[in-house]
Design a protein around this ligand. Structure first.
Ligand code: AMP
Length: 411
């Protein structure tokens, strides 16, 4: 079964085409600058040269049309006809409380996603544009939606509620939702498989640390607590986001600096984190390079980042009354040797024993980086949110019986 995975942003579309027979990627690419002049399409068919086109693409519908043209192109394509695409899976950031699982798109689902625009004004409207664009171009192809928040819907009330008047939860659904759920879900399953243990038997802490960063306590396979909250601003210190702070800082800063709410919100989301403290960059590569060259602000930014990450890991170990496995993923987690070392060597009291040589090995595979004696297993697991979206979509299609995929798998 061929499945197209879509991730639509306000001016971009990322795609990956999977053959679910062996979960291979047939092609991937992105359309950037949609609605701006000189849109760029980068198309990477597997085993064929990359194609880069600069075209006018005014909206997502045209973007999807161009993607399908490339996927079926006689020279650059990987499909004979667009009829080979049996389903399209979309990444949607916010599923609120309505969506606890990935689901097939119908009118009700679209209505619910629209109702959630308020909670994710930057993310859900573009996802909806992606769905509509596919609907226009591939009207007979079923679509599914996979939510960043769904995995965290297992959190109990004591972890997802904020200690503020209950009326705010009842009226406006103000609560912790958590994000990066697809990634936390995927890496926890991979980690359990790597350890050869049932996920349900483990207490796990997963650290998705990239541009955005979040940490999740996964108790027996279910999200028990996670560091991002109502929005992806809460929790760990990030590239440009502050993460946790005293909420009183907001009115205080507005008053002292004569700033509007929007300006403070922009400051916390776009001009804080590593960027603000280092005064240099939001990118961990540049921070660590500068730190090694003696830049004091970069060192302070690094130290703060590590301190906050260790605090979360400690808190989640306490919350679950123990931890069996710690998992690092995403850009920083998968690539930054020094980050993993600094985090692990600061929390040895938990029973973590890092194997420095294993930690320094470079690989794109899931791997153990703790010693064989370590009480807590530490792993690096490359995340693959697109694959999980493809798998969920495939699963839904199989359940719906809309394809002859069973025959393909059994053959
Ligand atoms: P992501 O959001 O998962 O794509 O992660 C992107 C971030 O990963 C970048 O902004 C960098 O901060 C970080 N990153 C990527 N490669 C490295 C590396 N080799 N060392 C440290 N950080 C890295």
């Amino acid at each position: 079964m061929i499945i197209l995975v879509m991730n639509a942003g306000s001016s971009s579309l990322k795609y990956q085409l999977y053959d679910m027979l062996d979960e291979s990627v047939l092609a991937k690419g992105r359309v950037e600058r949609i609605g701006l002049d000189a849109s760029i399409i980068t198309h990477e068919p597997t085993n064929k040269p990359e194609v880069r086109q600069v075209k006018e693409i005014l909206d997502h519908t045209t973007g999807v049309k161009r993607v399908i043209e490339l996927l079926t192109h006689p020279e650059h394509g990987v499909l004979k006809s667009m009829n080979e695409i049996k389903a399209v899976g979309h990444r949607v950031v916010h599923g609120g409380e309505s969506f606890k699982h990935s689901t097939i798109v119908d009118d009700n689902v679209k209505l619910e996603i629209r109702k959630l625009f308020d909670l994710a004004p930057l993310h859900n409207p573009p996802a909806m544009m992606g769905i509509t664009a596919v609907e226009t171009n591939l009207p007979d192809v079923p679509q599914t939606v996979v939510f960043d928040t769904a995995f965290h819907q297992t959190m109990p009330q004591e972890t997802f509620l904020y200690p503020i008047p209950m009326v705010l939860y009842r009226r406006h659904k103000i609560r912790r939702y958590g994000f990066h759920g697809t990634s936390h879900d995927y890496v926890s399953r991979q980690a359990a498989a790597k350890l050869g243990k049932p996920l349900e038997s483990l207490k796990m802490i997963t650290c998705h640390i990239g541009n955005g960063a979040s940490c999740t306590a996964i108790l027996h396979g279910k999200s028990y607590d996670t560091s991002m909250g109502l929005t992806p601003l809460e929790g760990l210190m990030m590239g440009t986001r502050s993460g946790d702070l005293d909420p009183a800082i907001v009115p205080f800063t507005m008053d002292k600096e004569d700033l509007t709410l929007n300006e403070v919100s922009s400051m916390l989301n776009k001009h804080s984190g590593l960027q603000a403290i280092s005064g240099l960059s939001s990118d961990m590569r540049e921070i660590t390079e500068a730190m090694q060259e003696g830049n004091k602000q970069a060192k302070l930014a690094f130290d703060m980042y590590m301190y906050r990450l260790r605090k979360y890991i400690g808190a989640y170990a306490a919350a679950m009354n123990g931890v069996d496995a710690l998992v690092f993923t995403a850009g920083v987690g998968e690539n930054s040797v020094i980050t993993r070392q600094s985090v692990c060597e600061g929390i040895t009291f938990l029973g973590i024993e890092l194997d420095r040589a294993r930690n320094e090995e470079r690989s794109n595979e899931s791997r153990l980086i703790s010693t064989d004696e370590s009480r807590v297993a530490v792993l690096v697991v490359p995340t693959n949110e697109e694959l999980l979206i493809a798998r969920d979509t495939y699963q839904i299609m199989m359940e719906q019986g809309k394809d002859s995929g069973i025959v393909e798998i059994e053959a």
